[in-house]
Design a binder for this molecule. Structure first.
Ligand code: ATP
Ligand code: MG
Length: 416
């Protein structure tokens, strides 16, 4: 038997309804915040991610699914959503839309990761991006919307942590100090960190190797090096968050795994699972870096696999029910089949979940099946019923039986 590739998952019917529920809730929330959906290609030119995500990041150096297509172009399956969305924003002239421009997406992502709990090679992210505002108010609105996701899904024990990683101006000073700190022990760091020392020393702070993590203890923190503008921006973000009652912790250790971030970065961490469910931040330099006009922007992405897992954990009692059929029309004989076929068609057109046999089962097997799929009602049609234009409708929960007329109106009246 051919098995699925390592790091991929099937989302089966007994799980997909939970995904749909979460997606619908989140999309409704995004709509109220003024976001509209954007869909971009699964694959892009590799250069987009090298430039966008940054060629010293783990994502670009180790995790991309990159291949040459038959025309000899280097193609990469998207490892994240922002770079593609920014490309689409620039390429389609979206800058001319009324600002700020708010878009959301729900897409599969591909990363060649070490597969473990909560870490897959194909996974799904819902993300939200805002273009055209450098104001701290946008940071707070984005964080508020992210925070709201956990509330509407009834997920507790989520910790919001924020940080500011400054802008190129303050980073220059900081990197000098950081390099001075790292230099002393650089030969003890892992090979990847050593290669990043010159080009992108801040990346070293995000290394997942235990050895490097302990060497990083006591490193200078960027918060101490913020320029006046970045400092004020961060103070304003914190002040407004406090004013509107959103609690947060400042974690000077957050640097994020993608190079494009500037100023505010944030993560929502599940305290029990110990992993980040949602992460994002400001990326004021990215639109320009990818060839657009200088445009401030920010956004976040949440991991669907992780949020579904936590959602299930906390909502055992009041879990959304999968859709069950309202009515099953059982039939005996060819004439009954014709009538049942017409009735289900018309009822379905009216938006009712109604089922009938399409496997040529015996009547007994049909009743058994109706019971197994939890149909609320069963209507039984045979030759006599057709002649009298009346049939028995059984309420499967109470066992109560009732004779009704064999037409759509009477059926609708009697199934609630
Ligand atoms: P980490 O440092 O944990 O690797 P990251 O910086 O790569 O994180 P992002 O790219 O910001 O993470 O992804 C945002 C969210 O998407 C994560 O918080 C997580 O919920 C989810 N996510 C990221 N990578 C994976 C994966 N391989 N499998 C499942 N979910 C993922
Ligand atoms: Mg990662």
């Amino acid at each position: 038997m051919i098995q699925k590739p390592k790091g991929t998952r099937d989302i089966l019917p007994d799980e997909s309804y939970k995904w749909q529920y979460i997606e619908a809730k989140v999309q409704e929330l995004f709509k109220n915040y003024g976001y509209k959906e954007i869909r971009v290609p699964v694959f892009e030119n590799t250069e987009l991610f090298q430039r966008g995500v940054g060629d010293t990041t783990d994502v670009v150096q180790k995790e991309m699914y990159t291949f040459d297509d038959k025309g000899g172009r280097s193609i990469t399956l998207r490892p994240e959503g922002t770079a593609g969305v920014v490309r689409a924003y620039i390429e389609n002239g979206m800058a001319s839309l009324p600002s700020p421009i708010k878009v959301w997406y729900n897409m599969a992502m591909y990363r060649y990761e070490n597969v473990q709990k909560g870490r897959l090679r194909e996974f799904h992210q819902i993300g939200a991006e805002v273009f055209g505002t450098s104001s701290y108010m946008a940071d707070v609105e984005s964080i508020t919307m992210a925070n709201e996701i956990f509330k509407i899904l009834n997920i507790p024990n989520i910790q919001l942590t924020i940080n500011s990683i400054g802008c190129p101006t303050c980073r220059a000073e900081y990197q000098k100090a950081l390099k001075k700190f790292l230099e002393k022990n650089i030969d003890q760091y892992c090979y990847t960190c050593q290669t990043r020392f010159e080009k992108n020393p801040m990346r070293i702070l995000d290394c997942k190797e235990e050895k490097c993590k302990s060497l990083n203890q006591g490193a200078p923190i960027i918060l101490d090096y913020l320029c006046d503008e970045c400092k004020t921006h961060f103070e304003n973000v914190k002040k407004l968050l406090t004013e509107i009652g959103i609690s947060y912790e400042v974690d000077p250790g957050i640097v994020r795994g993608l190079d494009y971030y500037t100023k505010t970065v944030f993560e929502f961490i599940s305290k029990e699972e110990g992993y980040t469910v949602l992460a994002g931040g400001r990326y004021d330099g990215l639109v320009k870096e990818l060839g657009g006009a200088d445009t401030p922007a920010l956004g976040f992405a949440l991991g669907m696999e992780r949020i579904v897992e936590i959602y299930e954990k906390y909502n055992k009692e009041n879990m959304v029910e999968p859709e069950i059929p309202k009515l099953y029309i059982a039939q005996i004989g060819e004439k009954a089949n014709s009538l049942a076929t017409i009735l289900v068609k018309e009822l379905r057109e009216k938006g009712i979940n109604v089922q009938k046999d399409i496997t040529e089962k015996s009547i007994k097997a049909q009743f058994k099946y109706a019971d197994k799929i939890n149909s609320k009602y069963v209507l039984t049609i045979g030759e006599d019923e057709i002649n009298n234009n009346r049939a028995k409708l059984k309420n499967m929960k109470t066992g109560e039986e009732k004779e009704i007329e064999l037409n759509v109106e009477d059926i609708l009246k009697n199934i609630d």
